[in-house]
Write a new protein. Structure first.
Length: 351
């Protein structure tokens, strides 16, 4: 049974029923859908862990000793622990429930995210969190340092222009081919869109007013991982990418609703939107058809490939970021740094 959503404010005697409903609605509308899903996943995990470890479900506010125990249990490799270790037994039960992948020490980012969710639950209920106490803060800092590991790239390889061309060559004449071509070209040429951004696009977000005269298509993203509603600038598609998108709209007869949709085996366009996992499957399928390993790249390779190609072509990083919508210059700069060091003439001194 799913626990109650913690991001919904607790009932307040100072508010009328109508005001309480309005406040609840405000919390839901003001929180991105991806964040709500992450909250629910983290709450399920936290509740299951605490039930197994302590024997009780989540309480508000949480106690400091439980917060400290959570950090300790998730800051070591439990595969090395003896079978009678209670932390190991709890982890094995979580694995059996499908809530944990292995006994290995979770990545620091995973622990940070779950603690951040737990903090957010307290904040939304106007309660003090135990994760702000000196001892718990210090333990969290030490755990992060002890478990530090090199960051794993989200895509094994960037999908640079030459790789993209190989994928596009597998898209021929069916409606599914037209859709996949449009997804790949829009996902790459508009700055490297994330899966959720591609599947979230609606026909109403696409303006074709300048296509006939100037060959441009304008896109309006509702929100992204790094921007909020109303703050996302319009993005432009030109040339082949614009043509591919318009062609898909025409052959798919997309007049309203979701822009990218499933296509049946009979080559019939369905009404519902694609899921983010479908984008992963499309990239995997096209890699295989192009003769590349299925794990050569992930959908994030469209994003890293766009920035890598921009660096290779000498485009200013500020111009690339205007399309990629990176909020951090340092994060975007790493793609340029990789190209700079590879192209550095000093690396050829030995011949």
């Amino acid at each position: 049974m799913k626990p109650p959503a913690p991001y919904l404010p607790a009932a307040s005697p100072a508010l009328s029923a109508a005001d309480q409903d309005a406040l609840t609605d405000l919390y839901v509308r003001g929180t991105p859908a991806n964040t709500l899903r992450a909250y629910e996943r983290d709450l399920l995990y936290i509740t299951a862990w605490k039930t197994l470890r302590v024997g009780t479900g989540a309480v508000w506010p949480e106690t400091e000793d439980v917060a400290l125990r959570f950090i300790l249990d998730h800051s070591r490799d439990l595969g090395d622990a003896p079978p009678e270790d209670i932390a190991r037994q709890v982890a094995e039960a979580l694995i059996a429930q499908g809530l944990r992948k292995s006994l290995a020490c979770p990545a620091p980012s995973t622990l940070d995210r779950r603690i951040a969710s737990w903090l957010a639950f307290h904040r939304m209920k106007n309660l003090t969190s135990p994760f702000g106490t000196p001892q718990v803060k210090q333990a969290r800092s030490k755990a992060r340092r002890a478990a530090a590991r090199p960051p794993t790239p989200k895509s094994q390889h960037p999908i640079t222009r030459d790789i993209l061309e190989q994928l596009l060559a597998t898209c021929r004449g069916s409606r599914r081919d037209c859709r996949d071509r449009a997804i790949l070209m829009l996902g790459w040429a508009s700055g490297g869109r994330r899966r959720s951004e591609l599947t979230g696009l609606m026909r109403e977000d696409v303006s074709l007013k300048e296509f006939e005269e100037k060959g441009r298509v304008w896109l309006s993203l509702l929100e992204t991982k790094t921007t909020t509603k109303g703050d996302t600038p319009r993005l432009v598609l030109k040339g082949r990418a614009a043509q591919a998108l318009v062609h898909w709209i025409e052959v798919g007869q997309i007049t309203d609703g979701a822009l990218f949709r499933p296509v049946s085996k009979a080559d019939r366009v369905l009404k519902r939107r694609l899921s983010p996992d479908a984008i992963y499957q499309i990239v995997k399928h096209r890699l295989k058809m192009a003769g590349l390993p299925e794990d050569f790249a992930s959908p994030h390779g469209l994003r890293s490939g766009f920035l890598t190609q921009a660096a290779l072509d000498g485009a200013p990083i500020q111009a690339a970021m205007r399309l990629s919508l990176h909020r951090s210059m340092a994060q975007a700069q790493k793609y340029y740094d990789d190209v700079d060091i590879a192209e550095n003439p000093a690396t050829d001194l030995l011949g």
